[in-house]
Design a protein around this ligand. Structure first.
Ligand code: PEP
Length: 241
């Protein structure tokens, strides 16, 4: 199972000490089959890379520019630059960026550039509360998948993170029955080679006991709770207990 920490726009150099507990945990037997990936803000990627030198914790970024080449794009960072400083993953299509105007087309360009730079992509999809209430969840997810992965033949390096927008940072999670059905729906949209499917949205040490029972899930994308090492470790421990 994958446990991916999305630190969003939080953290500074003082936060590095909080990682000691997780590094120790990652070297213990309790980590079981768990794989940890941290996605800190851009400013901390290099420091995290050095910090994780002697352990198996991997690193990702939270976004990238759509161009895989260098260019006159003030204030942006591309996938090659991320790979160059030690990132192996990148989150693309997070709803917090979609809300600010990131389109499916732009997301598709970003995914292509990230794959070209040999990054693995954590591709976020999810419906808003309004779309859910109008019974549009499946059609929204299908459009996001089709357009986001348009003309991408090798999908093995794309993880799909199902993150209902109404669940992010709200403490609300889907009913287990609904979540299981949605995960199955997403998986069935792919052929024989199924991508890894993650769930994200208010995962915490309390609800993990229920969420871990969802069939066919390959892991979790964790925002708020991942910034607290104890909570993050608890989530992983409880997944295996
Ligand atoms: C996220 O932003 O990807 C996320 C899952 O956040 P949270 O866990 O805080 O809901």
């Amino acid at each position: 199972m994958y446990f991916i920490a999305n630190w969003k726009m939080y953290g500074n150099t003082n936060s590095l000490n909080t990682l000691n507990k997780v590094i120790k945990f990652s070297k213990s037997k309790e980590i079981n089959k768990g794989r940890i990936i941290y996605c800190p803000p851009f400013t901390l990627i290099s420091s995290f890379f050095r910090k994780f030198q002697n352990c198996l914790i991997d690193i990702g970024a939270q976004n990238c520019h759509e161009s895989d080449d260098y260019g006159p794009h003030t204030g942006f960072i591309n996938s090659r630059m991320l790979k160059n400083i030690g990132a192996n993953y990148v989150i693309i299509g997070h709803s917090e960026n979609r809300e600010k105007g990131e389109t499916n087309k732009l997301i598709n360009q970003k995914i292509k550039s990230a794959l070209k730079a040999n990054l693995k992509v954590i591709f976020c999809i999810g419906e808003t509360l309004k779309e859910k209430k109008n019974g549009k969840t499946k059609s929204v997810l299908l459009r996001q998948i089709k357009k986001g992965l348009n003309k991408i033949s090798k999908k093995k390096n794309c993880f799909i993170a199902y993150e209902p927008v109404w669940s992010i940072g709200t403490g609300k999670v889907p009913k287990l029955k609904d979540l299981e059905e949605t995960i199955k729906f997403i998986k069935n949209k792919f052929g024989k080679k199924k991508p890894k499917i993650l769930y994200g949205g208010s995962v915490n040490p309390k609800n993990i006991n229920d969420l871990k029972t969802i069939k066919d899930l390959d892991g979790f994308l964790i925002g708020g709770a991942s910034q607290n090492s104890k909570k993050f470790i608890d989530i992983i421990k409880k997944t295996y207990n």
